[in-house]
Design a protein. Structure first.
Length: 153
C-alpha cells in the first residue's frame, strides 16, 4: 500500500463534510438536533479532525498527542474556522503519510487503553480505521444536516 494513495479518500471524506457544513451555514452549524446525545455538525467535524490527527498523526507518524476527545464534542465556531482547521489537517496529513511504514506497528500504542486490540495493529490498519471512522461520521453528519434543515422548514 502506498500511503499517498490514501490522500484522495481522506480529501473526499473531509470535503464532503465541509460541503455539509457550508450547506448548514453559520446559523445551523453549532445547533444540535433534538435527539438524545446528538452532536452539532461543528462538533462532528472537529471530532473527525481529532480522529485523523490521532490515528495518522500519532499512531502512524509518531507525533506526541495531547488530544482532548471530550472537548471535540463541545467545540463550536464558524464554517470558515472549520474549513481552515481541515485545510491545516490536510497539510499535516500529506507530511505524516510520508512517514508511514505500512507493515510497521503503530507508534504510541501506550496511548490506547490496556487490552485494546488496536495496540497490536500495524500502520495500515490505523489508516483503514481512520477511513472507517470518517465514513461513519460522514453519515452521522448527513443525518444531522437532514434533521436540522427539516426543523427549519
Amino acid at each position: 500500500m502506498d500511503p499517498q494513495d490514501f490522500l484522495p479518500f481522506l480529501d473526499t471524506a473531509l470535503d464532503g463534510m465541509l460541503g455539509i457544513a457550508a450547506t448548514l451555514g453559520d446559523d445551523l452549524i453549532n445547533e444540535r438536533p433534538d435527539l438524545p446525545g446528538a452532536n452539532s455538525a461543528y462538533a462532528i467535524v472537529t471530532h473527525c479532525i481529532g480522529v485523523t490527527d490521532w490515528w495518522i498523526g500519532a499512531m502512524v507518524a509518531g507525533h506526541a498527542s495531547d488530544r482532548d476527545r471530550d472537548a471535540e464534542f463541545t467545540a463550536s465556531g464558524t464554517v470558515a474556522e472549520l474549513g481552515a482547521a481541515v485545510d491545516a489537517l490536510m497539510v499535516r496529513m500529506r507530511t505524516d503519510l510520508a512517514e508511514m511504514s505500512p507493515a510497521a506497528p503503530i507508534r504510541h500504542p501506550e496511548y490506547l487503553p490496556e487490552g485494546s486490540p488496536a495496540r497490536t495493529w500495524n500502520q495500515s490498519k490505523a489508516l483503514i480505521h481512520t477511513l472507517e471512522e470518517l465514513a461513519q461520521h460522514h453519515g452521522q453528519l448527513e443525518l444531522t444536516r437532514d434533521v436540522l434543515v427539516a426543523g427549519q422548514a
